[in-house]
Design a protein around this ligand. Structure first.
Ligand code: ADP
Ligand code: MG
Length: 333
């Protein structure tokens, strides 16, 4: 039994004993108090039902009967009205215990089934997304491998396309693993400027391909923070890649870092398409994507990594207004 639940058993036991004492000690002195104390037995009964369900309410009821029935027998008067009232209490308490316990159990069962359904639906959605994302590059790999075997086209060109598709698949697999695994950081004293530059370098090819200028504004002084550099680089690269994706050719993405009092603030700004309210509300939900070939994991992975560094991430965006992602990380003094 869980620790918290043991306390409830103790509370039920103590309440039962105290109520029996109060109830039996007022039989001679005050009839109205005597009646009120008897009604107090409903409290442990309800606690038993609410905490432990039907089995708990049944056991609490038996416990209360074990306390009340001997007292009933010892003080039996034979007066019909008086004794019927007391016996009716035993009956009603049983009915209440059964009904409350039954409905609590039914409610819990329904909730568990709903959770199970949601879990299975989520699992189905995740598998479908992964399979769907892997399907296109896989078809490309198969198609070009077949062309090489049949001696069609330029093998070097085909090999290049196969490598690109394999890279897409590798990215998907890394994303899914990063998302699924509990994150355990290997933090070291590091320099945020270097990590930002590396993340920009990682995305520079994408920026060139899309005709987007990538700029960074980082102070000359070293920005000392304790971090898992490869992971932080990955989080920043995800944000920069999104900013590039959202920008039109000729657009500009800026990554800036400013040293605050005890926090380092990194801002990724783009003047791209921006997001509507619905997108903004969902960007951190895993597998949410508005891109044809997106996994929808970039933002959730970035958030996971940043929060594991005791950092914060905020997004400001509006349709046609571009996007500003602000990250706050604790500085090392
Ligand atoms: P993916 O990039 O695979 O779609 P992400 O989790 O990285 O997945 O992003 C989720 C969604 O958030 C994107 O599909 C996009 O609609 C939106 N988004 C994220 N960053 C930006 C941005 N800088 N500008 C506009 N939309 C963005
Ligand atoms: Mg992304």
């Amino acid at each position: 039994m869980r620790e918290g639940r043991k306390w409830y058993v103790l509370v039920i036991f103590l309440l039962g004993v105290c109520i029996t004492y109060l109830h039996s000690s007022t039989v001679e002195t005050s009839h109205s108090l005597h009646d009120i104390y008897r009604q107090l037995y409903y409290i442990p009964l309800l606690i038993g039902a609410l905490v432990f369900g039907l089995r708990g309410s049944a056991l609490t009821y038996l416990f209360i009967c074990a306390l009340y029935v001997p007292y009933l027998a010892l003080t039996w008067t034979g007066t019909v009205y008086f004794e019927v009232k007391r016996l009716l209490f035993v009956l009603f308490a049983g009915i209440v215990a059964f009904l409350v316990g039954f409905f609590i159990d039914r409610d819990r069962k329904q909730k568990m089934e709903l959770e199970k359904e949601r879990y299975l639906a989520g699992l189905g959605q995740v598998s479908t997304t992964i399979v769907h994302d892997l399907k296109n590059p896989l078809i490309t790999v198969l198609g070009y491998a077949r062309r090489i075997r049949e001696g069609k086209g330029e093998p070097a060109e085909a090999a290049g396309i196969i490598m690109d598709s394999a890279e897409v698949m590798q990215n998907i697999v890394t994303d899914v693993l990063d998302f699924a695994r509990p994150i355990s950081l290997e933090k070291e004293d590091g320099e945020a400027g270097t990590v930002i530059r590396k993340a920009c370098d990682f995305c520079s090819e994408k920026a060139v391909e899309r005709g987007v200028t990538l700029a960074f504004e980082i102070p000359e002084t070293p920005l000392k923070i304790s971090l898992d550099a490869p992971r932080m680089q990955r989080a920043l690269a995800n944000l920069i890649a999104n900013a590039i994706d959202a920008s039109d050719p000729g657009g500009k993405v800026t990554v800036s870092a400013v040293e605050g009092k005890d926090r380092l603030v990194i801002v990724v700004t783009d003047r791209g398409a921006g997001m509507d309210k619905d997108t903004l509300n969902n960007i951190f939900i895993p597998f949410f994507t508005k891109k044809q070939s997106g996994t929808g994991l970039g933002m959730s992975i970035a958030k996971k990594i940043i929060e594991a560094h005791d950092g914060t991430i905020q997004v400001r965006s509006g349709p046609g207004q571009g996007t500003q992602v602000t990250i706050g990380l604790p500085l090392k003094r």
